[in-house]
Design a protein around this ligand. Structure first.
Ligand code: NAD
Length: 502
C-alpha cells in the first residue's frame, strides 16, 4: 500500500496536537482511563496491576467527578497502608490542629453558608471535635493465649469509605468522620449536603494541604464540590468504595440501606424527655434548655418534646422560665405551629416537616414570626401543648420545646416511646426513681439514654464516654469510633509463643 507523505504528516500532526493540548495530570488521567479496557459497565476505572495511575497530587481533595475522587482516595489509601500507626496519629494531629486553631474562621464560614444554628456553637463544635474525637488509641488488639498457642485480633481498614454528611453540621461531621476513619487506616470520599458544600470543601482543602506538606500524602479526604443526589448515588454504587457511612434524615438512611453495600447509618431522631415527680426540677429545666437550645436545636440528640407528670408540671414550667426560656401562650403556640410546621407529600407519603424559613433560627426569630418581641439572646421558647400538636411528632430542629402533661410516669414513658417513632436514637429522663429510669430504658430501647443531664452529656460532653457526630442508630454501631470503620483480622500461631509452660 502506498502512503502519501501528506497522509503521514497529517497523522503525525494529529498525534503531536493531542499530546500538546492536555495538561500533565489530565494526560496521565486519560492514559489511565484508556490504558485498560476492563472498566466496568458504570465506567469506573480499573486497578489492574501495572496500569499507569493518574496523579491527583495537588488537588487537595477537591473533585467534581466521583470516579476521580475515588481513584484519588484509593491512591491515598495505598500510600497510607505503607505508613505506621504513628504516622496516622501525625496526620490526624493536623486535622485536630486546624479544627481547633481555625474554629472561629471555619465556624463563621459554616454559619454564613448554611444560615442555620448559632455562631458560638458552630465554632465550639469544630473545636470540641478537634479536641475529643477518638483516634488511634482506640485500636486496641485482642489476644487469646493458651495451650494451643496465640491468636491476635487486629483491626484493619476497609479502604475507601463513602461518607454523606448533613447540613446541620457540615464540616464538623467531616472532621469527626475523617479523624475516626483515618485512625482506622481508611480514606474517604464525602458527598456533603449541597447547602454546606463550600465550607466542606474549604475545610477539606486545608486538612489535605497541611497533611501533604508534612507527610507527602494528598487526598486522604476527598470531597465532591458540586454534590447532588446523583453523585451520592454514584458513591453508593462505586465498586472502589468499600463501606458507606451516612449521617442524615430518613431519605438518605433509606437510600443507604438499599444500596447493596455495607452501610453504617447515623439516622434521624426525635428525642423525647420524661420528667417525673421525683426529678430535681431546677436541674431538669436548666439541662433541657442547654440541650434543646444548643445550635438552635439542630443536634440529632437534642431534646425535641417533653412528657412531664401532672404533679410537677406547673412548677417545671416555672423553673423553665426562671432558667431563661420564654413561655408562649396557647394562642401563640398555635400561631407558631402554623408558621413552623408544613405538610408535604401526597397520599400515604403525606407528612409534616419543619418549615425551611424557621429551621435552625434563633428563638427571637421564631418569636418575631408571631409578632412577639423577646431578647435576642433568648435560648429557647417553650409551652404546654396537647399531644396532637405537630411539634410533638416532628423533628423540629428549631428552639421551641413542646411540653405535654401526663397523669403519671408510666403514661409519660409510653408516650415518649410512641413519639420517638422507633428510631431507637436518643431518650432522656429526669428522675430520682430507679424503677422509672429502668422502665424507660427498657421500653425506649434507644442507642443513647440519658438520665439527669442534657442530651450532649451522652457524647462525653459533661458525661462519661467519647464524642462523635455520627451516631449509628438503625444499623446498631452506636456512637461511631475508629473501631466502627475497621475489619477484624485474626492472626493465629499454633502451639508456640504461649510462654506459660505446660
Ligand atoms: P438530610 O437527610 O436532608 O441530608 C443529609 C445528607 O443526605 C445530605 O448530604 C443530603 O444531600 C443527602 N441526601 C438526602 N436524601 C438523599 C438520598 N435520597 N440519597 C442520597 N443522599 C441523600 O438531613 P439534614 O437536614 O442535612 O440533617 C438533619 C438530619 O440528619 C436529621 O434528621 C438529623 O436527626 C439527622 N442527623 C443524624 C445524626 C446521627 O448521628 N444519627 C447526626 C446528625 C444529623
Amino acid at each position: 500500500m502506498q502512503v502519501s507523505e501528506q497522509a503521514i504528516r497529517q497523522v503525525v500532526d494529529l498525534v503531536l496536537a493531542q499530546m500538546a493540548v492536555q495538561p500533565v495530570a489530565a494526560q496521565t488521567a486519560s492514559a489511565a482511563k484508556s490504558a485498560c479496557d476492563c472498566a466496568d459497565q458504570a465506567g469506573h476505572e480499573c486497578s489492574c496491576p501495572g496500569k499507569q495511575k493518574a496523579d491527583y497530587t495537588g488537588r487537595y481533595g477537591l473533585f467534581t467527578d466521583v470516579d476521580e475522587a475515588v481513584a484519588a482516595a484509593t491512591a491515598a489509601f495505598e500510600q497510607l497502608s505503607h505508613r505506621t500507626v504513628e504516622d496516622r496519629k501525625q496526620i490526624i494531629a493536623h486535622i485536630r490542629r486546624i479544627s481547633i486553631e481555625q474554629c472561629r474562621e471555619l465556624g463563621t464560614m459554616e454559619m454564613e453558608e448554611t444560615k442555620i444554628g448559632r455562631l458560638e456553637h458552630k465554632i465550639e463544635k469544630l473545636k470540641t471535635l478537634g479536641e475529643q474525637t477518638p483516634g488511634v488509641e482506640f485500636l486496641n488488639s485482642q489476644v487469646f493465649s493458651g495451650d494451643h498457642g496465640l491468636a491476635v485480633i487486629e483491626h484493619a481498614p476497609f479502604g475507601v469509605i463513602g461518607a454523606i454528611t448533613p447540613v446541620t453540621h457540615s464540616l464538623p461531621t467531616i472532621t469527626g468522620n475523617a479523624v475516626s476513619m483515618i485512625a482506622g487506616g481508611n480514606t474517604l470520599v464525602v458527598n456533603p449536603h449541597p447547602s454546606g458544600r463550600k465550607v466542606a470543601a474549604e475545610g477539606v482543602q486545608r486538612f489535605n494541604r497541611a497533611i501533604y506538606e508534612d507527610m507527602g500524602i494528598d487526598n486522604l479526604i476527598c470531597v465532591i464540590t458540586e454534590p447532588t443526589l446523583e453523585t451520592a448515588d454514584a458513591i453508593f454504587n462505586h465498586r472502589g468504595v468499600k463501606l458507606i457511612c451516612v449521617t442524615g434524615g430518613p431519605a438518605v438512611a433509606r437510600a443507604a440501606l438499599n444500596s447493596g453495600k455495607r452501610a453504617i447509618v447515623a439516622g434521624p431522631g426525635n428525642p423525647p424527655v420524661v420528667v417525673d415527680e421525683t426529678a430535681d426540677l431546677a436541674r431538669a429545666a436548666s439541662n433541657m434548655i442547654a440541650g434543646a437550645s444548643y445550635d438552635n436545636n439542630l443536634l440529632c440528640i437534642a431534646e425535641k418534646e417533653v412528657f412531664a407528670v401532672d404533679a410537677i408540671f406547673d412548677q417545671l414550667l416555672v423553673e423553665m422560665e426562671k432558667a431563661g426560656a420564654v413561655r408562649l401562650t396557647a394562642s401563640e403556640i398555635q400561631q407558631l405551629t402554623s408558621k413552623a410546621i408544613q405538610t408535604v407529600g401526597e397520599g400515604a407519603d403525606r407528612h409534616d416537616v419543619p418549615a425551611k424559613e424557621l429551621l435552625g433560627q434563633d428563638a427571637a426569630v421564631l418569636a418575631r414570626a408571631i409578632g412577639k418581641q423577646v431578647p435576642a439572646e433568648t435560648p429557647l421558647l417553650f409551652g404546654e401543648v396537647p399531644e396532637t400538636n405537630p411539634f410533638v411528632p416532628v423533628e423540629q430542629m428549631m428552639p421551641f420545646l413542646p411540653f405535654v402533661r401526663c397523669r403519671h410516669a408510666d403514661e409519660a414513658i409510653d408516650k415518649a416511646q410512641y413519639y420517638e417513632h422507633g428510631f431507637r436514637h436518643t431518650a432522656i429522663i429526669h428522675s430520682n426513681n430507679v424503677r422509672n429510669m429502668t422502665r424507660m430504658g427498657r421500653v425506649m430501647d434507644t442507642t443513647l439514654f440519658v438520665k439527669n443531664g442534657p442530651c450532649m452529656s451522652a457524647l462525653g460532653l459533661g458525661g462519661e464516654g467519647y464524642l462523635s457526630f455520627s451516631i449509628a442508630t438503625p444499623t446498631g454501631e452506636g456512637v461511631t469510633s475508629p473501631l466502627t470503620f475497621t475489619r477484624e483480622r485474626r492472626c493465629s500461631l499454633i502451639d508456640d509463643l504461649c510462654i506459660l509452660g505446660k
